[in-house]
Design a protein around this ligand. Structure first.
Ligand code: AMP
Length: 392
């Protein structure tokens, strides 16, 4: 059965088509600059990558071209071959604790939650509408980044703000990257051979979050109402003293929108290093002795250690620490520094085992109190799995 996994942004559409249940990727790619001059798309097929420049006024045009590519490359014979389309949604609020089939009520709720996620949620609705028009026979599903975190209890997800804000303004912790945390925690349980586990999953990419997962259920996560909470990220500040916000808005005479841009786009590794939001550039700066890159990395690693330690206490132990996403899978030095910072818990990195990028492997010594693993994440596959299960 052919299942399409899609992620629509305001001007982009990423896709991956799977043969399910074999979980084989048939084709993947991305449409970029939709509705903007200079639009194009790239397709990855049989190990080859092709780029084509085309007019893409709307997301519907992108889906129409996608279908043509699928047919031209004999991936599908007709539209009827596509049984399910799974859409990634960033914010599902308190409404959704799992993947669901799209109906008008579901779309209305995603739309209502656009206030909390003004960039991605409206774009996803555009993507759903376009897919419904172009592939009307397929089951359309929505997979939420927040769903996995809906198992957190009230004392964990509430902020110590006026109690009514949670009800009247939906102000609470929702978390993000839930599809990734769910994927790597399920895979970790497979490796451990049991499901009654206490795991700390570290999704460290350009955006970064850590979750505490007990018996396969999320009990805490570092992102909050929005993804700008918890860890220091590429260009996001993560946790800060909230009062800095009004103080600096007055000092700099800037608007809430300008402040939000600084907190999300000019802070984090970029803000401290002054060099880049990309940890590869920061590592390069460190190698050249750049003091601000050294400082940025120390702060970045410290925060990861703090969260792992906090969740270790909350879980009353830990059966495995998992690293995933761009930095987690690829930055040898970040993983080593984090694990070194946990030696008080008896964690011992295996330097040789850790000297790898992007492969599933254990990276701690035999006698480490807690094992740590790299597990490459696969959010698209999770979307395809959920969609397949709802399409059969
Ligand atoms: P993601 O958001 O998961 O795609 O992660 C992207 C981030 O991963 C980049 O911004 C880099 O900071 C980081 N990254 C990717 N490759 C490497 C690498 N080889 N070494 C260190 N960091 C990397």
């Amino acid at each position: 059965m052919k299942i399409l996994s899609v992620n629509a942004g305001s001007s982009s559409l990423k896709f991956q088509m799977y043969e399910m249940p074999e979980e084989k990727v048939l084709i993947s790619g991305v449409f970029e600059r939709i509705g903007i001059e200079g639009s194009f798309y790239t397709v990855k097929l049989n190990g080859e990558k092709l780029k084509k420049e085309v007019d893409l006024p709307t997301h519907k045009d992108a889906f129409t071209i996608l279908i043509k590519e699928l047919m031209d490359n004999n991936i599908v014979e007709s539209l009827d071959d596509i049984k399910g389309v799974g859409h990634r949604i960033v914010q599902g609020g308190s409404y959704f604790d799992k993947t669901v089939v799209v109906d008008e009520d579901v779309i209305a709720k995603i739309d209502e939650l656009s206030a909390l996620e003004p960039l991605h949620n409206p774009a996803a609705i555009v993507g759903i509408r376009a897919a419904q028009e172009v592939i009307p026979g397929a089951t359309q599903t929505v997979v939420f980044d927040t769903a996995f975190h809906q198992t957190m209890n009230e004392e964990t997800y509430l902020y110590a703000l006026p109690y009514e804000w949670a009800k009247d303004y939906k102000i609470r912790r929702y978390g993000a990257h839930g599809t990734s945390h769910k994927y790597v925690s399920a895979r970790m349980n497979e490796i451990l051979g049991r499901s009654n586990t206490k795991l700390i999953t570290c999704h460290i990419g350009n955006g970064a979050s850590i979750s505490a997962v007990k018996d396969g259920r999320c009990v805490n996560t570092s992102m909050g109402l929005t993804p700008n909470a918890g860890l220091i990220m590429g260009s996001r500040c993560g946790d800060i003293d909230a009062t800095i916000v009004p103080y600096m808005m007055e000092a700099l005479k800037i608007s809430p929108k300008e402040m939000d841009t600084i907190l999300n786009k000019q802070s984090g590794l970029l803000g401290i290093s002054g060099v880049s939001s990309d940890s590869r550039d920061v590592e390069e700066g460190i190698a050249k002795g750049n003091d601000r890159c050294i400082l940025a990395q120390k702060m970045y690693v410290r925060r990861i250690i703090d969260y792992i330690a906090k969740y270790y206490v909350e879980l009353e132990g830990c059966d495995a620490i998992v690293f995933t996403a761009g930095v987690g899978e690829n930055s040898i030095s970040t993983r080593r520094e984090v694990l070194d910072g946990l030696k008080v818990l008896g964690v011992k990195v295996d330097e040789e085992a850790n000297n790898v990028r992007g492969v599933e492997t254990r990276i701690t010594a035999e006698d480490s109190n807690i094992p740590a693993y790299i597990i490459p994440t696969d959010e698209e596959l999770m979307i395809a799995r959920d969609t397949y299960n709802l399409s059969i």
